[in-house]
Ligand binder design. Structure first.
Ligand SMILES: [Zn+2]
Length: 423
């Protein structure tokens, strides 16, 4: 989907040809100032890109509608993802008003996934991201005004640092070279993309007797922060670090790193290509039904991998399901038994004391039943823990999460998960 908008810098009619001729001459002469004559172009025609309608409101000002995504019933529009490129930006003072955030969440109208604690991020190489310092949130209009003065001709702007299926594919290629890691395709998404399951353990030792932990990310495409945590976990647990080697002897580590690759590739928000929320419907998806396989293949294949494993006598001691929120950070599980409370209690304590995890409240046990992956506890006895991590700045530190911080947290998380099930 390309919602790009071409607009030429203002100026007297008829000047464009002259400007372009001058540009060509000056580029040959190696002079940069002529680049100021370039058009401003918005572009989303790349992996993960997304933006809705763009209105030009002045020489260097634009009102940018966030595209959002609705579910299969045309409800629950959520607008928490935008990722676009601006070309022709160098030296200009650009004002961008991001609008159209208000939607619906769990059937309740008026939900707004943006606020004063969230600053969009900007990059001039598509790789290193920093929060936009001059971000102003208008809570009445529910609009964010960004003022930027790019030093380079091209800049990228996103809701939080993006993480694409291409980056994951490169990582999985690296991981798959290790003898102690195996990358399998366990199914295909609605649009035919691979759904991966990664297994990491010491192959010289029998799996019987090893504890088993499972880490899952990107059921919701906009939650790119969870992919950096996933990458940090995978890099650490496959590494030569002596503690990683010791953990591989004691445990089997399983990873479903990107459950909605279609949404991640096409810049969507939280529903699969058929409109189904990938962290709902887990109770209704019947593995004997081809209708569910057609509608929600992402849930169907991952649920099947979990259920088949447990049914074959290979239990899963802990499954952490990574998600992002705007400002909340917490753990939540439907389990309430003493054994589950002990594991999640250890997990929560160590994350809180040893990592950047900064929970809004203590872990939730025996959470009210919903249709998320958490239902696997009631159905199959798997201890599933939802982990929400905020994208807003942490009120304690005053800082937003960084890519480096997410990667480091992933390496800590996987080790603490292991210790939580095998203290
Ligand atoms: Zn989520």
């Amino acid at each position: 989907m390309n919602s790009s908008c071409r607009t030429r810098r203002g100026g007297r009619a008829g000047r464009r040809a002259v400007g372009l001729a001058a540009l060509a001459l000056l580029v040959l002469a190696g002079a940069a100032p002529a680049l100021a004559q370039e058009e401003i172009r918005f572009n989303t025609n790349f992996e993960g890109g997304s933006l809705g309608r763009i209105e030009r409101t002045g020489e260097n000002s634009f009102r940018c509608h966030v595209r959002g995504q609705q579910d299969q019933a045309g409800r629950n529009r959520q607008a928490s993802w935008y990722f676009f490129r601006i070309d022709g930006a160098r030296g200009r003072e650009l004002t961008l008003i991001l609008t159209d955030f208000v939607g619906e969440y769990n059937g309740r109208l008026g939900a707004c996934p943006m606020g004063p604690e969230i600053r969009p991020v900007i990059s001039d190489d598509g790789d290193r991201w920093t929060p936009i310092a001059d971000t102003h949130w208008d809570d009445r209009a529910k609009e964010a005004t960004l003022r930027i003065r790019p030093a380079r001709d091209t800049v990228w702007i996103a809701h939080q640092p993006p993480y694409t299926p291409t980056r994951l594919a490169r990582l999985l290629d690296e991981v798959n070279r290790y003898d102690h890691a195996r990358v399998e395709v366990i199914g295909k998404s609605a649009r035919g993309r691979d759904l991966h399951l990664v297994t990491v353990t010491d192959p010289a030792l029998d799996d019987r007797g090893k504890a088993v932990v499972w880490l899952q990310a990107r059921q919701h495409a906009w939650e790119s922060g969870t992919s950096f945590v996933m990458e940090g976990a995978l890099r650490f647990i496959t590494s030569d670090d002596p503690s990683a080697r010791a953990l591989r002897r004691r445990l089997v580590f399983l990873f479903t790193p990107m459950v909605d690759p279609d949404g991640c590739a096409s810049g969507q928000v939280r529903f699969n290509a058929n409109g189904y929320d990938v962290n709902r419907h887990w109770d209704e998806v019947d593995l004997t039904s081809k209708a569910y396989l057609a509608q929600m293949p992402e849930i169907w294949y991952v649920k099947k991998a979990i259920v088949d494993r447990v049914a074959s006598g290979r239990p899963i001691d802990l499954l952490v399901n990574l998600h992002n929120t705007e400002t909340g950070e917490y753990l939540s599980t439907m389990a309430g038994d003493a054994g589950s409370r002990a594991i999640v209690g250890r997990l929560s304590d160590r994350l809180t004391h040893e990592t950047s995890f900064s929970p809004s409240h203590g872990p939730v046990f025996a959470a009210a039943r919903d249709s998320s992956a958490n239902v696997l506890h009631a159905e199959n006895g798997v201890l599933v823990v939802l982990m929400e991590q905020r994208i807003a700045r942490d009120l304690k530190t005053g800082r937003e999460p960084t890519v480096e911080g997410r990667l480091r947290f992933g390496s800590q998380l996987i080790a603490i998960m292991a210790d939580a099930v095998r203290p």
